[in-house]
Design a protein around this ligand. Sequence first.
Ligand SMILES: Nc1ncnc2c1ncn2[C@@H]1O[C@H](COS(=O)(=O)NC(=O)[C@@H](N)CO)[C@@H](O)[C@H]1O
Length: 424
Amino acid sequence: MLDLKFIRENAGAVRHAAQVKGVDIDIDDLLRVDRELVDLKQRVEAMQAERNANAKLVPKAAPDERAALIQKGKDLAEELRGLEPALRAHEDTLKVMLLRVPNIPHASVPVGKDDSENVELRREGVLPTFDFTPLDHVDLLEKQGWSDPERVARVSGSRSYLLKGEAVMLEMAVLMFAMDFLSGRGFTPLSTTALARPDAFVGSGHFPGGEDQVYKIEGDELMLAGTAEVPVNSLYAGEQLQHEQLPITFAAISAAFRSEAGSAGRDVRGLIRVHEFRKVEQYVLCEASEEVGLEWFAKILGNAEALLAALELPYRVMQNCTGDMGAGKVLMYDIETWVPSEQVYRETHSCSYLGDWQARRTGLRYRDAGGKLVFAHTLNNTGVAAPRILVPLLENHQQADGTIRIPAALRPYLGGKEVIGQPV
Ligand SMILES: Nc1ncnc2c1ncn2[C@@H]1O[C@H](COS(=O)(=O)NC(=O)[C@@H](N)CO)[C@@H](O)[C@H]1O
């Protein structure tokens, strides 16, 4: 959400942001509703003043004037009541419209319509070469007896997954490694629920708009979030933080649930796109400064890159174009990790800076050094998401005999093992 005053004074910039982000909102319509609401409020205030002034006259009035004054007071009260519904309707309409107003993209963001126009910033790591025919992750898991896709599909349908044996230890090792790594960089570990109230989805910006991606629970207002960003972003909703408390940084591990509505046919095989997964989420709540926000953006991006480097995985960093960054972002980079079986880089991390857009809709405020109450800035990035990260991990580190070489950084989390799996 943007400040209404900012929208009034920068309608052109906001209209342009909506246009380049493909957000369907009519800023002129919003400003019309805003003006009508201002007029209504002014009329109400004038009538209240008139009614109050009139009420003061009654006790001092001559007996023959009193009845008329009392009647005037009743008429004014009636007229005021008559304005209530219009006032409410305008306030509700404006609130819904404001929630749809996109954030202004950073000057560096390329204009584009979808991910095909994201810009590759750089590639890191060396692509693997195999002196044998490499397998994809589905075949590797199957060969090692680490999966059971038919049985789990019978129980849980498509986009479900089950890991068995050492693959489970690998999944937990990579999650623990990420938590260790991030807490070592000062991020407070959180283990949190994916259940959240609708307001938390509004606060993060997933609602309005992303409702079809979210699993709901019959007869319960709680919903299953697709990322810990949703509940974590609302932990401090409505509070007045002190600037000494900032920055608040979390490494939040949680389950994540996604309906993947609209992804029919994409990545139906294997672990890339499943309905429930686990994610370590980097979340930052910092002071209301673009300079500080961009510093944190670089830090959380660097954390994810360092994690991938420690996992010895080649990757590339993409800058998302305006059409692929979502309404709330100022700046967004995806990290894509190499998947040998597809010979392409696939998204494994998504790093975002949102300015005060989330804070404004969540009610995340702090007293700055001057004692002024201001909205904070927020950022998030993936630390690691499993099982998706297992796809490049298994495929890049597979050996000719079907075993998997374990990167040095993960060995402490796998009892020191340098290889998992049996030669097959
Ligand atoms: N359906 C899915 N199945 C498996 N992994 C997924 C799925 N959806 C997303 N992910 C993983 O979760 C990461 C973050 O998802 S995201 O929507 O791009 N971004 C967020 O959720 C942000 N909160 C940053 O983590 C993705 O990069 C991907 O690695």
